[in-house]
Design a protein around this ligand. Sequence first.
Ligand code: GLN
Length: 484
Amino acid sequence: MHHDTAIEIRDSFLRGERSAEAITKYFLDRIDRLNPQVGAFITVLHDRAMEKAKALDAAKERGEKMGKLAGIPIALKDNIHVKDVVSTCGSKFLTNYRAPFNATVTELLEAEGAIIIGKTNLDEFAMGSSTEHSALMKTCNPWDLSWTPGGSSGGSAAAVAARLCPLAFGSDTGGSVRQPAALCNLVGFKPTYGRVSRYGLVAYGSSLDQISPFGTTVRDTALLMEVVGRHCDRDSTSLQSGPQDYQTLLSRDLTGKRIGVPWNFLEGLPQHTRANFDQSLETFKKLGATIVDVDLTLLKSGVAAYYIIATAEASTNLARFDGIRYGQRSKRAKTLSEVYDFSKAEGYGKEVKRRIMLGTYVLSAGFQDAYYRKAQRVRTLIIRQYEEAFRQCDVVATPVTTDGAFVKGSITDPLMEYLEDIYTIPANLGGVPAISVPAGFTPKGQPLGIQLSGPQQGDVVVFAIAHAFEQATAPDPSMPELAK
Ligand code: GLN
């Protein structure tokens, strides 16, 4: 069953060939068998998932209307709330935190009949690109267990790549869904900022964060967007637009479409990544699209601006984890200031502390103008340059990563890790939608992705072009040996 797409699994349920109970049990058994090797899940919701599946079978028996995701097991990154379930955010600090409410995404998924099967590993508070900054467990790339799956949503990516569930959600602040999707041969989509509600997502960089889906095919991923891409009154930055039709707009022909390429942003790529990208452009040409040159010179400043803006926002967002309002309280603390100091010192990992210090620094009175305000100006210029580029093309194509998955433990310099997101960060700064689609492998057999970004609110266009590319290259997604 794990070879089937999510839509095939749902349809087999609707036709009465499989019960929701049988589907859920099948994937729970796979998780029990393979999760010890892969390390994708922090929490497996055995009982909750089985209860929901039985309730769904009973509702179907009674002739109730079945939802768009009926019977499909879905995993959520462990910074997305499920009521009464622990949300650790990959931190020691929150191992005692049970979410008192559901994220909007959780409610929308369950209302359409999805079965939430578990909560997945992540870099602590979604800060990182390898999932190695999780304080709780290690996650491996199912294509080779010695590689990282990427991050920060590496648990969700590994879960889908190992076919422990057909679909999953992560959160993407600077690339945390698109980068692991590329490194694990999956589809990952970062929606237009505001398309998906952030209510119930533990905030990292609020002006950048979007809950974002993973799937094995563009169509499956589009189905998730149809369900979660809608206005939410509980998120003040939620777009007012209504739900969009992704499925019927998926195309196969790209005649007349223009694919923009920011050539000067691609300098310095390793030769095999560049060759892979050039090959993808050939595919677009064969599909009838035209390749046009676009000027996005400013994207080169994206990483610098991002690590100022994201850390500034993180330093304020994380202030609530103080051992009083949230988080484990230090047992050593005797005075109030010791409660704050010791709880934070013991609760947070090294990378999170680094980000809080950096963010506090760039917001401090003496440095705000030099760093934070300047980064905001760069961000505005990036938004304008995107607008200009999208007057000349329908989507912008770049690689997702400079190279394939890296060996665990091989990146020790934080700056090297930050540079990992050079191609994904600009879409978050610009608030534009961007998808990562499988695009082949490196000579060493590491998956590579191609990224297509569209204008703000052009989410459907991005899916349509991604679908045509996928159908022309790999209509049947290949899966790692471990998952077969
Ligand atoms: N790797 C980036 C960071 O560490 C992006 C993380 C993310 O998208 N959550 O901030």
